[in-house]
Ligand binder design. Structure first.
Ligand SMILES: Cc1cc2nc3c(=O)[nH]c(=O)nc-3n(C[C@H](O)[C@H](O)[C@H](O)COP(=O)(O)OP(=O)(O)OC[C@H]3O[C@@H](n4cnc5c(N)ncnc54)[C@H](O)[C@@H]3O)c2cc1C
Length: 397
């Protein structure tokens, strides 16, 4: 593993930085909408920005050219992702879901016709997907999904309920797991489908998140008829596709860069802010804590690089993705805790207060960090995966 980027890679990084300086709208910076905080206005801005990225081939840069990508190396994809994250570009989590989680799975399991349609649409920024995995009684134990898909002459009829579906209220398609063989052992009777969200019988109801925003939804399927070619891959072999898609979901490669931005802003604040005439930068305890998370973030960065490198070697990160998601979610909680201590009582103020510091971002990250160790599988589930797939320990009986 070579840790240096080539001169061409560094030139590319500079090109991305310059482009972002021109293209990130001023209004987006003012709104400062972080993850899970989208409003109608911020959503519209990020969709527009994603289409621009798509037109440039930068939304799905590593995809093959025939599906809207540039066949860029995964290390370049990492550079792009680092710059988008560090510069807080208007990229919603939906772009990540659609391109890197669902799109990558469709690339592996879709037919040529399905890839031409869905993968190309997401690469261009023209369509977004939501994930129809969790159900009221199937979260960590996802193989217990009860949503049924019954085949008849014309297609499949879907009945059931999904929950926690992020941004289903904006999505064009749902990538969902449904039970196609209720008699088979639970991991062997699931199939994966793509359902057009406009299909009659689909109802989307909002769930409000910890930040008071509408990001989650319940999605109900009542006799929803979808065509035969909505089935992705082999019937009843959906569990395998689901696990692969979850590995993609857990392998976020730009997270260390997003954390670095928070660390840099906190350091700058400590240098500039004064308490009783004295700079915070002199406080040994806070210095200690910030140094600790800065070191840990370097560890996370190496995990991200390892995953990008694995993709570049055409290997599929499995427990490595779980390791990085687990480490990232716990680090983000520690980092936002440190941030709240640095800001003291100011940390509790929201954006509408004139006394808010750093646009109240630390408080918002502090709240949303709680959910990072749950979405994509809880930290306990990631630990189980690392123990079983990484360390070879037996499955719990
Ligand atoms: C921000 C966010 C976005 C999300 N987006 C989506 C989405 O778009 N689509 C979607 O389908 N779902 C989504 N989810 C749902 C998410 O996948 C589930 O919440 C998650 O898998 C946990 O399932 P659960 O909520 O049913 O908790 P449960 O499975 O009921 O778990 C409850 C607790 O028990 C623990 N536990 C359960 N089983 C074990 C075990 N075997 N070993 C050790 N501990 C265990 C868990 O760690 C957890 O602490 C999202 C969740 C969040 C927070």
């Amino acid at each position: 593993m070579d840790f240096r980027f080539t001169a061409e890679d560094e030139t590319f990084r500079e090109e991305v930085r310059q482009w972002l300086k021109k293209e990130i709208p001023q209004r987006w910076i003012e709104l400062d909408a972080g993850i899970w905080e989208e409003t109608e206005e911020s959503w519209a801005l990020s969709r527009e920005f994603q289409r621009k990225l798509g037109q440039k081939g930068w939304l799905a840069p590593a995809y093959p050219k025939e599906y809207g990508g540039l066949e860029m190396s995964h290390m370049r994809r990492l550079i792009l992702s680092e710059e988008l994250n560090y510069n807080s570009a208007p990229i919603s989590i939906e772009a990540e879901i659609s391109v890197n989680w669902v799109g990558s799975a469709l690339m592996l399991f879709g037919t040529e016709e399905q890839k031409k349609k869905y993968v190309t649409e997401v690469a261009k920024g023209d369509a977004i997907f939501c994930l129809g995995y969790s159900e009221p009684n199937a979260g960590s134990d996802l193989a217990s999904v009860q949503t049924r898909a019954v085949e008849d002459d014309d297609g499949y009829i879907i009945n059931g309920q999904k929950t926690w579906c992020s941004y289903a209220h904006y999505a064009n398609y749902c990538w969902l797991g449904a039970r196609t063989d209720p008699e088979a052992p639970k991991h062997k009777g699931i199939s994966m489908f793509v359902a057009d969200m406009k299909t009659p019988g689909i109802t989307v109801r909002p769930l409000i998140n910890i930040l008071g925003r509408h990001s989650f939804n319940e999605v109900f399927f009542d006799d929803v008829r979808i065509p035969k070619n909505s089935l992705i891959g082999e019937k009843n072999n959906g569990w395998y596709q689901l696990v692969m898609a979850l590995d993609f979901e857990r392998s976020l490669i730009g997270t260390a860069a997003a954390n670095q931005r928070i660390i840099d802003e906190l350091v700058q604040y400590m240098i500039e802010a004064k308490h009783k005439g004295e700079s915070f930068a002199n406080d040994p305890l806070i210095k200690d804590e910030l140094a600790e998370v800065a070191v840990e973030n370097e560890v996370l960065r190496m995990m991200c690089y390892r995953i990008a490198w694995m993709y570049s070697q055409n290997t599929h990160p499995s427990y490595e993705s779980s390791m990085s998601l687990l480490f990232c979610s716990e680090l983000l909680r520690r980092l936002s805790n440190v941030g709240m201590r640095v800001l003291g009582p100011y940390g509790q103020l929201d954006m509408d207060s004139k006394w808010a510091v750093l646009n109240a971002r630390i408080m918002r990250i502090y709240l949303s960090a709680l959910s990072i160790g749950v979405g994509g599988g809880s930290n306990e589930i990631q630990r189980n995966i690392v123990a079983m797939r990484g360390l070879g320990l037996p499955r719990q009986q």
